[in-house]
Write a protein that binds this ligand. Structure first.
Ligand SMILES: Nc1nc2c(c(=O)[nH]1)N[C@H]1C(S)=C(S)[C@@H](COP(=O)(O)O)O[C@H]1N2
Ligand SMILES: [Mo]
Length: 207
């Protein structure tokens, strides 16, 4: 068990334009996938250091070392949930067990039904980026992403797919699902990077 990473108290304010939300709404595009343990695998592919794919089945992924991250979650539709306690496998553990080739600059995180979100490697390779399997000590429910969702606390929540199935290491940037549909390629809530029309040169591939 590693040290819990806490953002509590560090940041009392919310990012600009956000308001606190009570309860836990369900926000996503499309249907909730049904989990099938015998078919599920978590796949790391693309520009891996050894050129091979790395796969974990559900039992193997569940037995990777877990950590806890407590952080706010910011939805681009302007609600924020404060102090959410997540448990799961750090993104850095995935990077260590299935290392990317040195040319890797971005990752695409893939989820069920082809949903995806792209991240800069520097945003993925952070101590508080977590493949969450639990919230407040309880396994995630189906609508909140069971068995695994990505949490990247310093970016808007769409950058964290629910129902994650894999990570693709990329040597050039490519837009994910919402990034192709008008949302900002980087998505930093503190800079209010909500929409793609706000992107500065170099912040995203051409639309
Ligand atoms: N697969 C998938 N993951 C997704 C989304 C989605 O549309 N599909 N929406 C994102 C958005 S916009 C938000 S705000 C959070 C919401 O998580 P919640 O439903 O658990 O509150 O999930 C994110 N993860
Ligand atoms: Mo969102």
């Amino acid at each position: 068990m590693g040290q819990p990473v806490s953002h509590e108290g560090e940041q009392d304010s919310l990012p600009p334009g956000q308001r606190p939300q009570r309860g836990w709404p369900v926000t996503h595009y499309g249907p909730v996938p049904r989990f099938k343990a015998d078919r599920w695998e978590f796949r790391v592919f693309g520009a891996t250091a050894d050129g091979d794919k790395h796969c974990w089945n559900h039992e193997q992924f569940s037995s990777l070392p877990h950590e806890t991250v407590t952080a706010d979650l910011h939805c681009v539709t302007k609600f924020s949930m404060r102090g959410v306690e997540w448990g799961g496998v750090p993104a850095r553990t995935v990077l260590e067990l299935a290392p990317p080739a040195p040319e890797t600059t971005h990752v695409m995180v893939w989820a069920e039904y082809g949903f995806s979100s792209n991240l800069r490697l520097v945003d993925f390779d952070r101590p508080d980026a977590l493949f969450a399997t639990h919230r407040s000590g309880e396994p995630l429910t189906a609508e909140h992403g069971f068995p695994v969702r990505l949490v990247v606390p310093h970016l808007y929540a769409w950058k964290g797919p629910k129902w994650v199935r894999g990570v693709e290491y990329m040597t050039a940037d490519r837009r994910g699902f919402w990034e192709e549909r008008g949302y900002h390629n980087v998505g930093d809530p503190w800079r209010e990077q909500r929409y793609s029309y706000q992107e500065e040169p170099g912040e995203g591939p051409e639309l």
